[in-house]
Design a protein around this ligand. Structure first.
Ligand SMILES: [Zn+2]
Length: 509
């Protein structure tokens, strides 16, 4: 990682919160590391050591500050300045920790040697993969101690320590205090109902929460998702346990409050990481906009909607199904179809604030008579083929290492074209450079006629084309160009050999 020491120094002296999570500050005298915005008195320069990651500080023998709680930093924008292999590895660690197979297993899944992977990690994050995984585990344990009333033996299991003794020893070694003492320091005032947890998930300001909800609200699948009074809520099911979560802006405007109702604490790490991805909390909007706001088309929308993010999704299969339902129909039409799909094929969910169902499982949709909900036969077949591929393991939306290979496989399904694939890359894989170039809404926003012209126009927005697409959709939405539909038959063939119109060109389903 290229470290700009002068910029770090300025950020540290100014206690600039925008740098939280981008680097960490260690004090030689106390051996404690902090966020740049830590309120403790500024450490003299000669006593400071900078770290590109919390794991690097931990590996150098520094302990996390109990005052500024470095574990509460907005996520490290992994894709800034790091290699693709490192970003992929971080994504896998976020999904499953280092549980299955350690560093060797991780390297194997990434198709690189473990020594090479270690070298890359040290180069970009200043720490080994095991240190990164271990720090994440520790930070999550600290979050559970501070923010929940979960019994300590459950905290140990939920944060991947395996046994209580190891958990107690690690916490004591790190913080020089027992877990119980740390919980007392956190002074939780509100007692949560059983199996309910309230997490504060920070972002790097600005964050356009209103814009996020404005995108999600018309697309909320009836029965599975609701958006009302500034709150997004949805039903979830993991390992045959059902639950739900709701997310709103926290009072201080520096993060989201996520209330999770779920019976198995072992899934809490996965759930909170998924919520972070879903709401694009790790993004560094200011850094992304440096490249985009110089474009005359984008400068207006960027200023009008500061902090716009790319909405992700809870489940890749659900999002892809939803994208297929949205081919060639309006957003409203797609939402109505999704509602019928859910009420016909989804499992019932004990009612909780407007949530009545769980999204149908691939096993159920694989053989479902989907034309009964008013879906054209071809699109029904596309969904069934996708569902079969997912249920028999040919396609998996979890643990994706190579997005391009994954998308190529997805495009082999008849009825899934480049547009759908790029939309999935954008919202399910979190690829910041994904770009559905055949999209009618995007073409309208720029008054262009073909996806080829749009692709050329979009070259300058790399590697942030997904963010540019979000801004262009906001322009298209404003001009009331809500009607969607195929491009004219003169549309040039895309690289995959199908015309855009065959792929279902839509204004962001
Ligand atoms: Zn501190």
């Amino acid at each position: 990682m290229k470290i700009d020491w002068q910029a770090f120094r300025r950020a540290r002296v100014a206690r600039d919160v925008r740098f939280d999570g981008k680097f960490f500050v260690g004090a030689h005298s106390t051996r404690i590391y902090c966020r740049p915005s830590c309120p403790v008195p500024t450490i003299p320069d000669k006593n400071v050591r900078y770290f590109p990651s919390a794991a690097a500080a931990a590996e150098a023998g520094f302990r996390p500050c109990l005052r500024c709680r470095p574990e509460c930093s907005p996520g490290t924008p992994a894709w800034l300045g790091t290699s693709r292999t490192v970003s992929r590895a971080l994504r896998l660690i976020a999904e499953s920790g280092l549980e299955d197979g350690g560093v060797e297993g991780l390297a194997e899944r990434l198709g690189v040697g473990s020594r090479h992977l270690r070298r890359l990690f040290v180069k970009h994050l200043g720490a080994t993969p095991s240190a990164v995984a271990q720090t994440r585990r520790l930070h999550f344990a600290k979050k559970l101690i501070d923010e929940t009333a979960l019994p300590m033996n459950q905290v140990a299991i939920a944060s991947g320590f395996g046994c209580v003794r190891r958990f107690n020893a690690t916490i004591h070694k790190t913080y020089h205090r027992t877990p119980t003492h740390i919980r007392r320091l956190a002074r939780q005032r509100v007692v949560q109902p059983e199996n309910q947890y309230l997490f504060r998930l920070r972002f790097r300001s600005p964050y356009d929460w209103k814009g996020m909800l404005a995108f999600l609200a018309p697309r909320a699948t009836p029965g599975v998702e609701t958006v009302e009074n500034g709150v997004y809520r949805r039903s979830i099911s993991l390992h045959r346990i059902d639950g739900y979560f709701e997310v709103s802006l926290d009072g201080e405007n520096s993060g989201l409050a996520a209330r999770v109702q779920f019976g198995d604490p072992r899934s809490l790490f996965f759930i909170t990481e998924r919520i972070r991805a879903m709401f694009d909390l790790n993004a560094d909007w200011e850094a992304i906009m440096r490249g985009l706001r110089t474009d005359p088309v984008l400068v207006g929308p960027v200023e009008a909607r500061r902090g716009l993010r790319v909405p992700g999704c809870w489940n890749g299969f659900e999002l892809t199904t939803r994208a297929i339902l949205g081919q060639q129909v309006t957003v409203k039409g797609a939402t109505a179809l999704a509602g019928r799909l859910v009420s016909n094929f989804g499992r019932r969910f004990s009612p909780a604030n407007g949530l009545t169902h769980l999204f149908p499982l691939p096993e159920v949709l694989a053989d479902a008579k989907l034309t009964s909900i008013g879906l054209p036969a071809a699109r029904a077949e596309t969904i069934r083929t996708l569902a079969r591929a997912v249920s028999d393991g040919q396609i998996s939306f979890e643990g994706i290492v190579d997005s391009e290979a994954f998308l190529a496989r997805l495009c082999e399904i008849p009825g899934i074209g480049k547009w759908t694939a790029q939309y999935v890359a954008m919202r399910a894989l979190g690829e910041p450079d994904a770009f559905p170039s055949g999209d009618l809404g995007l073409l309208r926003a720029l008054k262009l006629r073909s996806s080829r012209e749009l692709e050329q126009r979009a070259e300058t927005w790399r590697p942030w084309r997904a963010y540019a697409a979000m801004y262009l959709w906001s322009i298209a939405g404003k001009s009331k160009a809500r009607r969607t539909g195929p491009l004219s038959s003169k549309t040039p063939k895309t690289s995959l050999g199908r015309t855009a119109s065959q792929q279902g060109v839509s204004l962001a389903v």
